[in-house]
Design a protein around this ligand. Structure first.
Ligand code: NAD
Length: 432
């Protein structure tokens, strides 16, 4: 095999026994962990330690709504494992952000930072609310109060939040300010800030760019070119919209996109720049002139070469998996494919690139942002993009090699690698 050639992807044999359907997000994350731990024959004590989150905090977040009523929201910060470095993980504002979901997302961050070999552990935060219906004033209050209530767990060398579903660079600016009011100026306390406050160039686009790079390398390993691809993307926020933009620039055809309000489909290809402008004008991709309507669920069943779920978890499940036509799924969202659906897809020969590598571009550039903050230094966008491609694509190449040599799926290879690295850090530190 030439130096730069990617190993080809072949699907391993699949056990007859189906995983249970209807698992909660935490049960699903645990299912994939148990599979990986079993494959590397992890010893029982270490598995028990890695199975459990290290620390969980549940806080109340009272806010005064614009109509004068007082509402008390539930907020969480879960620190899953910090053996490899400070806890790292986003903060989500979403109605489904309960302890079970935040715990699952925190565990996925532990495996993701380990697979990418970044010097971080895994954490996640969330506030249970519908950010899409909140005013700027309400969102600012939620962010400040939530930050004050979890601030004792945070720290530039302890736990560093970032944006996720329903939060963005503005949210991170408020978090940095609320933390700084108590502990002093600390730009490295959050990543994904606006560049004017010490945020990294390229952080906002990083997860979508990473999804596009991983898609490109996967199809290359399958013997095809990115310019041949017809792509459908569920979720048109930070991850989905940027993935669409970069894949379009690489020559792929985006045939369908959707968001919470609806979706659009054009088998001949959507005008991505026009879509961006339409979305900026109307707040949604829905009803873009010259396209067919397509709901979020119908999008999963569109005829295409690559399906990128980039919205919420659990969307490809026992009920929806049967209609999926794409031969390749790249997980832009965290946990979009349930264990039941993952098993079905593998049995049908569908390649699934797991979240813990596919959407790792965001945390990789968060790491670059944190190092720039610690050094009080600023990188140009070009350097950020070059380093992102180097780190992400070399970690992915290692997974392709492992999947091929061990005869396992990409998800199993990713979990095996992540668990091994965290277990090694635990042993070296003398936890066990
Ligand atoms: P976002 O809030 O910017 O965008 C989410 C998009 O999904 C919006 O377009 C929203 O309308 C849409 N959406 C929500 N519910 C939907 C539904 N039921 N059906 C169809 N569309 C729906 O969020 P984001 O930052 O793009 O995150 C999306 C996913 O990617 C999440 O799972 C998140 O955990 C994951 N992720 C994000 C990052 C990051 O850097 N932002 C990094 C890694 C993983």
């Amino acid at each position: 095999m030439p130096e730069d050639a990617l190993p080809s992807i072949s699907l391993p044999p699949v056990a007859d026994e189906r995983p249970p359907a209807g698992l909660s997000p935490w049960q699903a994350a645990l299912y994939f962990f148990e599979d990986g731990a079993c494959r590397i024959q992890l010893d029982g004590g270490c598995a028990d330690l890695l199975r459990r989150p290290w620390r969980e905090l549940h806080v109340s977040v009272p806010i005064r709504r614009d109509n004068g009523t007082l509402e008390v929201l539930a907020g969480f910060r879960v620190q899953h494992n910090g053996a490899r470095g400070p806890y790292k993980g986003g903060v989500r504002f979403h109605p489904q952000a309960d302890l079970d979901e935040v715990r699952a997302l925190a565990a996925l961050m532990t495996w993701k930072t380990a697979v990418l070999d970044l010097p971080f552990g895994g954490a996640k935060g969330g506030v249970q609310c519908d950010a899409t219906t909140m005013s700027e004033n309400e969102l600012r209050q939620i962010t400040r109060t939530y930050t004050q209530n979890i601030a004792h767990l945070l720290g530039v060398s302890r736990d560093i939040p970032a944006p996720d579903l329903g939060t963005n660079a503005q949210t991170m600016a408020w978090m940095m300010d609320a933390y700084g009011a108590r502990y002093g100026y600390s730009p490295g306390i959050v990543t994904g800030k606006p560049p004017a406050l010490g945020g990294s160039e390229g952080r906002a686009e990083a997860t979508g760019l990473g999804v596009a790079l991983i898609t490109r390398d996967t199809v290359q390993a399958m013997g095809r070119g990115v310019e041949e691809l017809r792509v459908a993307i569920q979720g048109y926020g930070n991850v989905g919209a940027n993935a669409a933009r970069y894949l379009d620039a690489m020559g792929a055809t985006i045939v369908a996109v959707s968001d919470i309000h609806g979706g659009v489909h054009d088998p001949d290809g959507l005008d991505v720049a026009g879509l961006q402008a339409h979305c900026a004008r109307t707040g949604s991709v829905a009803a873009m002139p010259g396209t067919q309507d397509c709901s979020g669920e119908a999008l999963l069943h569109v005829e295409c070469d690559v399906l990128i779920p980039a919205a919420i978890n659990g969307v490809i499940n026992r009920e929806t998996v049967g209609g999926v036509q794409a031969p390749l799924i790249v997980e832009g969202a965290n946990g979009p494919v349930t264990p039941y659906a993952d098993h079905e897809l593998t049995k049908r020969g569908v390649v699934v690139v797991p979240d813990i590598i596919a959407n790792g571009g965001g945390v990789t550039v968060s790491y670059f942002e944190w190092t720039q903050n610690v050094q009080r230094y600023h990188w140009e966008q070009e350097r950020v993009e070059e380093e992102l491609e180097r780190v992400l694509c070399s970690a992915y190449r290692d997974l392709l090699v492992r999947a091929a040599s061990d005869g396992v799926t990409l998800r199993a290879a990713a979990f095996m690698t992540g668990i091994e690295r965290v277990a090694e850090a635990i042993r070296l530190r003398g936890f066990l």
